[in-house]
Design a protein around this ligand. Structure first.
Ligand SMILES: *Cc1c(COP(=O)(O)O)cnc(C)c1O
Length: 391
């Protein structure tokens, strides 16, 4: 069965009592058992039966089952946000005295988690240039617990060589963790590129028009003990499991993800090319453009589409602010892959609490505006951006 059919037609784990065609939202905290022995079997994991919705819920399990069927993963865990998926993965793999080899180019909260929060628990952050494999190797040692990266960094739009980094991680017997939020897992196989654990902010493509916050951990079963630890320790002790209503919305979003993504990625390449006509825009950064420095590796790794996130650079921070203020159609908002086109100035918002020096090290420029491309007619979006930079 093809992936898109699985997105729609993966059967429920157990037939609904009324034959409901869409997965019911099991809005319940707890479940009743016929006997003490049945209860003991569920609590000790001898049978997979929900006992408490912090750890298992049929609606959430259904979303997990669909993603598992579509990715061929060994385990899929749905959590309450992308950050919950990332933080729980890192907490499961690390311990005091361990270190994380990673990049300075990534989403602001993830960078802050790894470089500010984790060091308070004795876990060292080792940011480096993931495009320089010698530098990566020089950061690895017996205490490294993982290599962590984003597949197209947000907002620098850098693409590292996943197979090469996976080989280095595996030399040291540790997993390569990839945040694959910006290209949906329907488009490429992270596993084939050597990724051991995929983390996703399902708030973005999956949620279906920015309806809900969520996160996924997609575990390919190659990081020893990880799936077991997630299900038997992290969900119990850290309590960040997805809630059933969110799982219902995201399961619905997953059904239309491919249809939306095809249009949004085509819209993005169209808009990227048109924005190059405007002299006020100094550069358009989108890996889908054939002359982008990361185009070839992005095509080789992720296929022909390049997502729906681009950045543009204007002459100055003032020009960037003025453009954002002049927008009439494009919304001034964070988030990615909403149905609406969104614009944000990353340096003063997502990275607003970092110092100038830190932003400089992360290559977050104050001339950059990030655009998440939606499902509107792109001629209207182009005209709006055109009048916004011309005014
Ligand atoms: C949005 C985002 C996150 C965080 O996800 P939330 O669902 O907002 O917690 C992590 N990584 C990337 C690449 C993102 O775009």
């Amino acid at each position: 069965m093809k992936n898109q059919t699985k997105a729609i037609d993966t059967p429920f784990g157990q037939r609904d009592a009324y034959g409901s065609l869409s997965m019911p939202v099991y809005h319940t905290a707890a479940y009743e058992f016929d006997t003490a022995a049945d209860m003991a079997d569920a609590f000790t994991g001898k049978v997979i039966a929900p006992d408490y919705s912090r750890v298992l819920n049929p609606t959430v399990m259904y979303l997990e089952d669909k993603v598992k069927a579509m990715t061929g993963a060994a385990n899929v865990m749905a959590l309450s946000s992308g950050m919950a998926a990332i933080s729980n993965t890192i907490l499961a793999l690390s311990a005091a005295g361990k270190n994380i080899v990673t990049s300075r180019h990534m989403f602001g909260n993830t960078f802050s988690l790894i470089t500010e929060s984790m060091p308070r628990f004795g876990v060292e952050a080792r940011p480096c240039d993931l495009l320089n494999l010698d530098e990566v190797r020089s950061k690895m040692d017996a205490n490294t617990c993982c290599i962590f990266l984003e597949i197209i960094t947000n907002p620098q739009m850098e693409v590292a060589d996943l197979k090469a980094l996976s080989a280095i991680a595996h030399e040291y017997g540790v997993p390569l963790i990839a945040d694959t939020t910006v290209i949906p897992f329907t488009q490429f196989s992270a596993k084939d590129l050597g990724v051991d654990i995929e983390v996703v902010s399902s708030t973005k493509y999956l949620s279906g028009g920015a309806t809900t916050l969520g996160g996924l951990i997609i575990d390919y079963g190659t990081a020893e003990g990880f799936g077991h630890k997630m299900k038997n320790e992290m969900l119990f002790n850290f309590g960040a499991y997805m809630t059933p209503h969110v799982a219902y919305m995201q399961s619905l979003g997953l059904e239309t993800l491919d249809a939306r993504y095809r249009v949004q990625s085509q819209n993005t390449i169209y808009l990227a090319n048109r924005l190059r006509e405007l002299p006020q825009i100094k550069s358009v950064n989108y890996v889908g453009l054939a002359d982008n420095p990361f185009h070839d590796i992005a095509v080789a790794q992720y296929g022909k589409t390049a997502g729906a996130m681009m950045t543009i650079d204007l002459e100055s921070k003032e020009a960037a602010f003025s453009m954002i203020n002049n927008l009439k159609l494009v919304r001034r908002a964070t988030n990615l892959f909403d149905n609406r086109t969104l614009a944000i100035h990353p340096a003063s918002t997502i990275f607003g609490n970092f110092s100038d020096e830190e932003r400089r090290k992360m290559d977050v420029l104050d001339t950059t505006v990030r655009i998440s491309v939606g499902l509107e007619d792109m001629d209207d979006v182009f005209e709006d951006i055109k009048q916004a930079v011309e005014r």
